[in-house]
Design a protein around this ligand. Sequence first.
Ligand SMILES: [Zn+2]
Length: 319
Amino acid sequence: MSCSREKKVIFIGGTSYSGSTLLDMLLANSPSGFSCGEVYAMFHPFRKHHVDPACGCGDPQCNIWKHLKRQGPKKLYHSIFEMFPEVDCIVDSSKDPMWIRDRSNDLAGSGIAVRNVLIWKTPQEFHQSRKKRHQEHRWESEWINYHRHYFSLVDEWISLPYAELAKSPRTLKILCERLQIPWFEGKEAYWEKRHHTLFGNTSAKIHLYDKESKQFQQCRQELSGQDRNEEKGELDSATPYKEIYYQAPQDDMLQDPSGHYRIMADIENILVNSSLYSEQSVIRIAREKAGHLRASRVYRTYRRLRQAAMSLKGAIAGF
Ligand SMILES: [Zn+2]
């Protein structure tokens, strides 16, 4: 297929555990792609491992992020294009709507195109991901607030249901066509490429590493720590390796003691209709509806203050 050679940055949005790291590496899996992962956290560290981060490629000598950090967030994508002349598509799965908005503004008028993909899980799927990690507290609010915040700050996006991506390789082909980036038979085997992906989801990154490597063992340990229901040995044999798989949610019905269902249904409707399978007119209406669900100014201010507080906390803690 023909692909445009224009340089572009694809921003991936999504809640936690939405499959954003997986999508990042899938889209970047070609010689002209580059996966950033959650690069936002390198510039706004709120955990210790965000400072002086270990590169996703697993090579302790790799210092591309050191170099890129020195250039600053405004020059990030320009610097990557400069470092890797073969790259014309950068994928950034930082997800933070403010980061996406600010970086998109920086890129406006630079000749580098911006595309937005919002990957999402249904409330049932999201609840299952949180439950598995014993993080059920306020899961409804997180799902609702993330999407409303995204709708407030990002104008044009295409949505992608996580389940479609995980279940059907055809989805990746259609998405690549829509984004005008290369697609080839076998592109879903993202572990075939050496990615420098920062941070992100361990279940997606473990496939990058050989079973004998230190990085693989670290991922394994992290996953067995999260998934306390499973014995370590069981995890080893049951978890597929170098394979994309989908686990359907076990709870068909969710309890709704907090009365969140109406707004969840409204958001889900927008996500379904702004999908890459929808007609342009349907997408337009979905985006208009999203306009009504924008997060309040108070909430947006709260997010900004929270971010500043987290960075300050990091600075005081010495990282
Ligand atoms: Zn690297």
